[in-house]
Write a protein that binds this ligand. Structure first.
Ligand SMILES: Cc1cc2nc3c(=O)[nH]c(=O)nc-3n(C[C@H](O)[C@H](O)[C@H](O)COP(=O)(O)OP(=O)(O)OC[C@H]3O[C@@H](n4cnc5c(N)ncnc54)[C@H](O)[C@@H]3O)c2cc1C
Length: 411
């Protein structure tokens, strides 16, 4: 059976690799000159910065992506973070943050005050019994200062959203996955090592990845796709899997069957002479105006920077549409955070309008199905109930189970 994959992001490549292992003849079409989409490296002055992701896999090697990578036969090494997360809490040293002390707190259940933990379970009861499921801004004011700021920082770092943009039930699903699979990990070699390993599997199974080869349209009849249109004209396949989201897939069909709401953010790649974070986990920055967190990927893999240097990646959600102002505030945060450290900002990348942090804001994904019987969507536009690439893996696992009869044990 011949399968066309439209787009070579992580979701497209992972699906293609697994199907090619099962004996499907897979062709991947990518409009850019490289594969990987928002999950690959961009080399700059010896630093492996990225097209999107912060070189992190939310649940490390134990999570849904780790499990599917193994299933595909990928040998990529994922280094689980230790500690998983730390919170930098308290007024930062100078200027508008005041002059108080701040401390680093290892994130674990015991650091959240009992009162706030009980509130979380009170909301759980309200959700289970009364199906009360508000957006989190309705609840966050009931929390103590630390828990409130941690919630904002966690959502900003991992989803580029605010509490007003996620419902309690979705946060609960994320919390359950963190408890089930654990915290993040960093692939040795960064994002590129993951997508390279998938590309290798596809090619070893006689699959093809066609770069600079955009798909311009999809032909259809009676709710079935009959071919795709690219520079060669009409090309026919048995199945079509789109990795470009439902909305863009609709455009290829000449219709709008859904509208997506993206989440937007800004990423800073920073060169350091000596480590600031000092470990392989996330440092959540609770008292910044914009920066929600940072990781220092060279603590997991020193080869992501030139010898003797460190690569620090900081992330902020975009709280207003004014990109320049958002960056100004983000840079001010960094100046305060990194006071006393010799650092250089290597790149500032903003993500919106078709190249966002999340194509579909977490909690709004509509699944892999389309109105067409032989057309499915994978990737950031069709995540399961988890965050980022682990959400993408859950979406793919569901597709493989339901449409291809695969047995997948996600633990
Ligand atoms: C700043 C930032 C930080 C992030 N950090 C993390 C992180 O640390 N951990 C994590 O898990 N996730 C992170 N993410 C999210 C993660 O990067 C994405 O969810 C993931 O990479 C999206 O993969 P995808 O499968 O949806 O494909 P995409 O990356 O969206 O790739 C789709 C591909 O399709 C191609 N394409 C589009 N249209 C066509 C067409 N018509 N024909 C052919 N090709 C086409 C595109 O060029 C692209 O290559 C981050 C994202 C950003 C932006």
């Amino acid at each position: 059976m011949r399968v066309a994959i439209i787009g070579s992001g992580l979701g497209g490549l992972l699906t293609a690799a697994i199907l090619s292992e099962k004996g499907y003849k897979v062709d991947v079409f990518e409009k850019l000159r490289f594969y990987g989409g928002r999950f690959t490296n961009l080399e700059y002055k010896g630093f492996q910065i990225s097209t999107g992701a912060l070189h992190m896999i939310p649940h490390g090697k134990r999570g849904p992506l780790g499990i599917l990578l193994k299933k595909a036969g990928s040998k990529v090494e994922i280094i689980d973070s230790e500690p998983e997360g730390e919170a930098l809490y308290g007024p930062l040293s100078e200027n508008e943050y005041g002059n108080g002390k701040n401390e680093r707190i290892t994130v674990r259940s015991s650091v959240f005050p009992l009162g706030s933990k009980l509130k979380f379970f009170k909301w759980l009861l309200k959700f289970k019994v009364l199906r009360v499921d508000p957006y989190m801004d309705r609840y966050e004011e009931e929390l103590d200062d630390f828990s409130q700021k941690f919630l904002r920082s966690f959502l900003g770092w991992s989803l580029s959203i605010q509490p007003s943009e996620i419902k309690y039930s979705k946060l609960l699903a994320i919390y359950r996955n963190v408890v089930k699979y654990g915290g993040p990990g960093i692939p040795a070699g960064g994002c590129k090592a993951v997508v390279d390993s998938l590309a290798e599997i596809i090619k070893s199974n006689d699959g093809e990845i066609y770069l600079r080869n955009p798909v311009w349209g999809l032909f259809h009849e009676d709710k079935r796709i009959t071919g795709l249109e690219n520079k060669e004209g009409k090309v026919e396949y048995d199945l079509y899997i789109s990795n470009i989201g439902h909305q863009a897939t609709g455009k290829l069909l000449g219709e709008e069957y859904t509208k997506e709401v993206e989440s937007r953010g800004i990423k800073y790649s920073i060169s350091l002479e000596k480590p600031f974070v000092g470990h392989t986990g996330v440092l959540f920055t609770l008292d910044c105006r914009r920066i929600s967190g940072m990781n220092e990927v060279t603590n997991a893999d020193p080869n992501l920077a030139p010898s003797g240097k460190h690569l620090l990646m900081a992330h902020q959600p975009m709280l207003t549409p004014d990109v320049e102002e958002e960056i100004r505030i983000g840079l001010e945060d960094l100046k305060t955070l990194l006071k006393g450290f010799e650092y250089k900002v290597l790149a500032i990348q903003s993500y919106f309008d078709g190249w966002p942090v999340n194509r579909v804001r977490s909690g709004l994904d509509i699944g892999y199905r389309t109105p067409y019987s032989n057309l499915f969507v994978v990737g950031d536009g069709a995540k399961g109930d988890d965050i980022e690439v682990d959400g993408i893996a859950l979406g793919i696992a569901e597709l493989l189970r339901k449409e291809f009869g695969e047995k997948i044990n996600l633990g």
